[in-house]
Design a protein around this ligand. Structure first.
Ligand code: VGL
Ligand code: ZN
Length: 209
C-alpha cells in the first residue's frame, strides 16, 4: 500500500535514546530496521530530533542536589529531570546510526529553549512555541500522520495527542515505537490514552510491509 496525503513522522530516533545511550530506551535498537522498511510506504518522511542546549532545564545535572527522575517546578510547570541527553550537535543528538536518512525530507528540532522542555513534536510543553511541524505538514497537504519512534510514553504520546488536537488523522505504529516505562505500565497507559483521544493504534505489518 502507498499512502498519499500521509506522512511518516519518525520521532526522536537518536543515538542517545538507543540502548547504551545517555537515555537509552529498552529495545529501541529494534525500531531502526523497522523504521527503515516503513519509509518505503510513504511519499513524505519527516524526523523530529530532541535538540537541547547544554544548560537545558530538563537535565538533572543543571540542578544541584536534584537527581534524575525528580520532578521540579519551573515557572509553574512540572519538569521531570533526565540525564544529560541530545545536546545540540553531539553524537548522541544525531539520528541513530543505521537509520536511513536519505528519504527524510525535513527535520524538526525541539527542546531548544533552555527553560522549556518539549515532548511533543508540535509544541513545547508550555505550548508557547510551535516547532513548525504543523505548518510544514499542512504546506504539503498532509491530513494523516503515522508515528514511529521514541519514546512511546513521552514524545510519541504527546506528538500523537497534539496531532489529533490539530485535526490530523493519527496512527501510532506501536511495534515501531519503544517506551521508557519508568513506572511499569506507562507504555500501556500511553497507548490507551492516545487511543481514547482518537489515535489509531496499528502494527506496521498492517500497512503491508
Ligand atoms: C524524550 C525524555 C526526555 C523522548 C525526550 O524523546 O521521549 N524523553 N526527552
Ligand atoms: Zn529531552
Amino acid at each position: 500500500m502507498r499512502v498519499s496525503q500521509a506522512a511518516l513522522v519518525l520521532v526522536d530516533l537518536q543515538n542517545d535514546f538507543l540502548p547504551g545511550g545517555a537515555l537509552g530506551v529498552p529495545g529501541a535498537d529494534h525500531v531502526i530496521p523497522l523504521a527503515n522498511r516503513l519509509q518505503a510506504n510513504f511519499d513524505l518522511v519527516v524526523a523530529t530530533q530532541d535538540w537541547h542546549p547544554p544548560d537545558h532545564v530538563s537535565f538533572a545535572a543543571n540542578h544541584p542536589g536534584k537527581h534524575v527522575g525528580d520532578v521540579i517546578d519551573v515557572d509553574g510547570r512540572p519538569q521531570q529531570l533526565w540525564p544529560v541527553h541530545c545536546v545540540q550537535h553531539s553524537h548522541g543528538a544525531a539520528l541513530a546510526t543505521g537509520l536511513d536518512t536519505g528519504r527524510i525530507a525535513h527535520r524538526i528540532y525541539k527542546g531548544t529553549n533552555p527553560r522549556i522542555d518539549s515532548y511533543s513534536g508540535f509544541f513545547d510543553n508550555a505550548r508557547q512555541h510551535s516547532t513548525g511541524l504543523n505548518e510544514y505538514l499542512r504546506s504539503k497537504g498532509v491530513t494523516k500522520v503515522y508515528l514511529a519512534g521514541l519514546a512511546t510514553d513521552y514524545c510519541v504520546k504527546f506528538t500523537a495527542l497534539d496531532a489529533r488536537q490539530l485535526g490530523f488523522d493519527v496512527v501510532v505504529l506501536r511495534d515501531a515505537c519503544r517506551g521508557i516505562d519508568a513506572v511499569a505500565g506507562d507504555v500501556e497507559r500511553a497507548i490507551e490514552e492516545a487511543s481514547a483521544a482518537g489515535v489509531k493504534i496499528l502494527l506496521s505489518d498492517q500497512l503491508g510491509c
